[in-house]
Design a protein around this ligand. Structure first.
Ligand code: ATP
Length: 270
């Protein structure tokens, strides 16, 4: 049998945006990496290097200039089927209850109101919010809202899951809970995940592979395997020697790119 194509493949992708002054900005340059079905890939790189742009390319929200972007072996021409996308800013609608926010995906896919609500109830429980079905988003903490957003995304059973600093605004403890929850829920699926983060601990704790990007325009500098056993508990794994070894390797690779970015005057660093 022929081997299945990777879930995601970027082949030599260069993306140039037009700027308001009539010029252009190259966000990615000759970028190549692959993600297997069921693989969790974290992407790290200096601030502004082009990490989010790589997600836009995979999602079909931005078109590649040169090179090719493939999902399940086919060139991306619009939003691929069964794609989930989570941003730092969640997409929870303030005028809908928790249950109806989570039920929105199945409703959109044509499920009856009752069937969508039954499915949503199950997902609300899976993210630890049983009993909060009738609450509105303003009645929830930031971490609880994030749980709603996770349920809202995962209820659609994405086979490709793109996450752009989804836990970036949370305090450290809540963030670790969310990371563990994500790993628990993802482990029951075969979704390919691309997770963009500035937090190296988060990147390594979650991933099978860490892709390190260069300073802008982003290209792949290093691909680091994370051979740590699963299931993982984030607060425990980060203290292990094997984890620290991967951390040192990733940081060694990233440090130079962060310094280049700093020397160009960018404020925030990875
Ligand atoms: N639609 C667009 N039009 C013009 N320029 C863009 C557009 N999207 C991104 N850029 C530019 O491309 C560059 C890379 O942006 P991108 O958001 O991909 O970087 P990033 O690595 O995700 O950033 P950060 O680390 O700050 O989250 C930036 O200079 C940004 O201004």
């Amino acid at each position: 049998m022929p081997e299945a194509p990777p879930a995601i493949e970027l082949r030599g992708v260069t993306k140039r945006f037009e700027t308001r002054d009539g010029g252009g900005h190259t966000a990615t340059r000759d970028m190549s990496f692959t993600v297997r079905q069921g693989e969790f890939v974290s992407v790290v790189g200096p601030t502004g290097c082009g990490k989010s742009t790589s997600l836009s390319l995979i999602s079909g929200l931005a078109a590649a200039g040169d090179g090719a972007v493939l999902v399940q072996g086919s060139p991306v021409t619009g939003i691929p089927d069964r794609l989930g996308y989570m941003f730092q800013q969640d997409a929870v609608l303030p005028w809908r209850t928790v249950l109806d926010n989570v039920a929105a995906g199945p409703r959109y896919q044509g499920a009856s109101k009752q069937a969508a609500r039954d499915q949503a109830k199950d997902w609300v429980a899976r993210v630890g919010l049983a009993g909060f079905e009738r609450y509105y988003p303003h009645q929830l903490s930031g971490g609880m809202r994030k749980r709603v957003a996770l349920a809202q995304t995962l209820i659609n059973e994405p086979s490709i899951l793109l996450m752009d600093e989804p836990f970036g605004a949370l305090d450290v403890q809540t963030r670790e809970h969310m990371q563990d929850l994500l790993l628990d829920l993802w482990s029951g699926t075969s979704a390919a995940v691309v997770f963009v983060t500035h937090d190296l601990t988060e990147a390594i704790a979650l991933a099978d592979t860490v892709v390190v990007m260069t300073a802008a325009p982003a290209t792949v500098k290093d691909v680091v395997p994370v051979e740590l056993e699963r299931p993982r508990r984030v607060e425990e794994i980060r203290l292990e020697e094997a984890f620290l070894e991967v951390y040192r390797r990733v940081w060694d690779s990233l440090r130079e790119e962060v310094e280049i970015t700093r020397s160009r005057g960018a404020g925030r660093v990875a």
